[in-house]
Design a protein around this ligand. Structure first.
Ligand SMILES: Nc1ncnc2c1ncn2[C@@H]1O[C@H](COP(=O)(O)OP(=O)(O)OP(=O)(O)O)[C@@H](O)[C@H]1O
Length: 627
């Protein structure tokens, strides 16, 4: 408090109070300049204007940084409605009344006074002291003046005393009016009031600045919008989140500033809840919780919106979920073959609903890509897309992710919403299945999309999979075809890969020769798109001219065929039975590779990408299981 008082004193020592005076009649200008000229703390400019003429002048003055405006009577009242800076009245003092009464003292004409109640009281007081009988007609508003004048003239008045509005109307009606002018004493009183108001106002401004600072340093974004969703207030955090300057946002419709946020706020409005509602939105790769609070200020509806970043939670990496920076859309799925288009059509239909989906398909067939496209086309597109790699999470990790810990809330407690992608959902342990099941039963914040390379019905037969979970996630089922079932799409996929390669390498490849393409379509692609992509990328690296020539890539091709034909990973994928638990499948792969390598452990290790001790450990376990 001491600090702000001192600060105020220092300011007062060095700065003058800038005042614009609006004089409703010319004579007041000189009095104002004369009296204000004697006050060193005041710098006053004067304009002569009455009522509506004054409005543009004061609006301009406000922009020019005047601290205060002074005026008189009806003009002061009108000005107050149009500016935010304080407006001080030039009063009509007892001296002013005494002067005008002295002026009319000896007249034989009947006199009446019309004015605001305070003036009428002053006149009644002074006239009774002087022994004069002057009836008064009090008005509360400028619009009542004509009626008051009519009453006064009916009463027999020939001269009316009043302010500028009264005098002008009386003259227009053909009567005489005498203006009660403000003298030096009134102007001096007004200047005293200017000092008092300035002090109070400055302290108020200090407070406003203090609260402004508090709001600006709040980590939450704070927005106030009117009923038409025009932005009335934003704190600095919002400017940072939306990457726009305050000036650009204020007065702007939210739909133009941030359509994503506007949609969420619209949803909140449409939910017709009068209390706070919570939503989630994805802005510039960040997930935010949006709380919308409808309220009313001075009879007008308003929305108070809080934006809370969830980045803190994510950066703590409490769980193995993440938000990919760019998600695929249906338009980005290459392939116009009837087979793929049938799948796309089905997926688009699924995107319209919010029901859970089970996607099955061979490894690398594009399940994740389809899940992303569904999310991007769904009503949850503004929310997060979270991938849970089921084969990489322990039961405990899954439990903590769903139910939280003492330190951090889990998915079930809220704070996240969107699409939950369970990658390789068939690898969930029974315990982890239970956690996911409880999450889906207890929260409506997520749509779940699970993926597996095993068909859903096979999973149901496995016995270690919770039937309720299959039932809950498998509300809708999408089967993504392997690449060999839509080989017509290879050329389109190649075009995309060439474009990407050219942009990275600076080459100008325009296509592949027929001889190369023919071979590509004669292959089964058991490793699906990842296998295809890596081969094409290698071929493009070998390409020197505009076309990929067979001679340039023959070696690459033969290596692939040899690998696949003899013992390659691709062949293993094609022949291995993928039913059963992860351990059982792993066992089968191990045996297959060992047999193909003539039980040569070094060769098997090399192909499997593991060291000898790991192979030993696994073989021992296998033997134990068999005995
Ligand atoms: N229709 C498509 N157009 C272009 N690229 C695609 C398409 N579908 C998949 N891909 C690409 O193929 C690769 C594998 O796709 P994705 O990860 O979606 O397969 P997946 O079936 O989910 O794999 P996994 O079973 O290993 O989890 C990715 O590089 C992806 O970008």
């Amino acid at each position: 408090m001491i600090y702000s008082a001192t600060k105020w004193m220092i300011r007062r020592l060095f700065m003058k109070i800038r005042v614009l005076a609006i004089a409703p009649y010319p004579g007041l200008k000189d009095v104002l300049l004369d009296v204000a000229g004697q006050d060193e703390a005041i710098q006053m400019d004067v304009e002569v204007a009455d009522l509506h003429e004054a409005v543009p002048l004061v609006q301009h003055a406000q922009r020019q940084g005047y601290d205060m405006i002074v005026s008189r009577g009806g003009t002061a009242t009108l000005i107050r409605e149009h500016v935010k800076v304080p407006v001080v009245d030039i009063p009509v003092s007892g001296y002013d009344i005494l002067r005008v009464l002295t002026l009319i003292k000896n007249t034989h004409a009947k006199v009446a006074i019309i004015g605001f109640p305070s003036i009428c009281r002053g006149v009644a007081e002074v006239s009774s002291l002087l022994g004069l009988d002057i009836p008064s007609f009090a008005v509360e508003h400028e619009s009542e003046v004509t009626h008051a004048l009519e009453q006064a003239f009916e009463f027999g008045a020939e001269i009316v005393l009043g302010d500028m509005v009264t005098i002008r109307n009386a003259q227009a009606m053909g009567y005489r009016g005498i203006l009660i002018t403000s003298g030096k004493e009134s102007v001096a009183d007004m200047l005293g009031e200017v000092h008092r108001v300035y002090e109070v106002h400055s302290k108020g401004q200090e407070k406003v600045r203090f609260y402004q600072q508090l709001l600006d340093t709040d980590a939450r974004g704070i927005v106030v919008m009117d009923e038409a969703r025009r932005i009335q207030y934003v704190n600095r955090t919002v400017c940072h989140i939306l990457r726009q300057a305050e000036e650009a946002l204020l007065g702007q419709n939210m739909m133009l500033s941030s359509p994503a946020l506007a949609n969420v706020i619209k949803q909140a409005g449409e939910s017709r809840q009068s209390s706070e509602t919570e939503h989630y939105v994805h802005l510039f790769d960040e997930q935010y919780k949006v709380s919308v609070i409808p309220r009313e200020t001075e009879g007008r509806a308003e929305y108070l919106v809080y934006l809370e970043s969830l980045a803190k939670w994510r950066s703590e990496r409490r769980f193995e979920a993440f938000i990919p920076s760019r998600l695929a859309t249906f338009a980005q799925l290459a392939g116009s073959s009837p087979t793929l288009q049938k799948t796309v059509h089905r997926a688009k239909k699924f995107a319209e609903s919010d029901r859970n989906i089970w996607i099955s398909g061979e490894r690398g067939s594009g399940k994740l890509k389809f899940a992303q496209a569904i999310h991007s086309a769904s009503q949850r597109q503004q929310e997060g897309f979270y991938i849970i790699s089921c084969d990489e999470m322990t039961e405990e990790q899954m439990y903590r992710l769903v139910f939280g810990t003492a330190q951090a809330p889990g998915l079930l407690q809220g704070g996240y919403a969107g699409t939950l992608y369970l990658n390789r959902a068939d690898r969930l342990s029974p315990q982890a299945q239970e956690s996911i099941l409880q999450l889906l039963r207890g929260s409506r914040n997520f749509r779940c999309i699970a993926s597996s390379s095993i068909a859903m019905n096979k999973l149901a037969q496995r016995g270690d999979y919770h039937p309720d979970l299959i039932y809950k996630i498998g509300e809708l089922h999408l089967s993504v075809p392997p690449l060999r079932e839509h080989l017509e799409d290879l050329e389109e996929l190649i075009r995309g890969l060439i474009a990407e390669h050219n942009s990275q390498s600076g080459k100008q490849i325009v296509g592949m020769r027929e001889t190369v393409l023919e071979r590509l379509t004669q292959y089964d692609w058991p490793g699906n798109l990842p296998e295809f992509e890596s081969l094409i990328q290698e071929m493009l690296m070998m390409t020197k001219g505009h076309y990929t020539e067979w001679e340039e890539v023959q070696d690459v091709w033969e290596r692939l065929v040899q690998h696949a034909g003899t013992s390659g990973t691709a062949a293993v994928y094609a022949q291995i039975d993928l039913s059963g638990t992860y351990e059982e499948i792993e066992e089968r792969i191990l045996w297959q590779v060992l047999q193909e390598e003539g039980m040569n452990q070094s060769k098997a290790c090399k192909r499997l990408g593991i060291n000898r001790s790991t192979l030993w450990r696994k073989m021992n376990k296998m033997l134990k299981n068999k005995t």
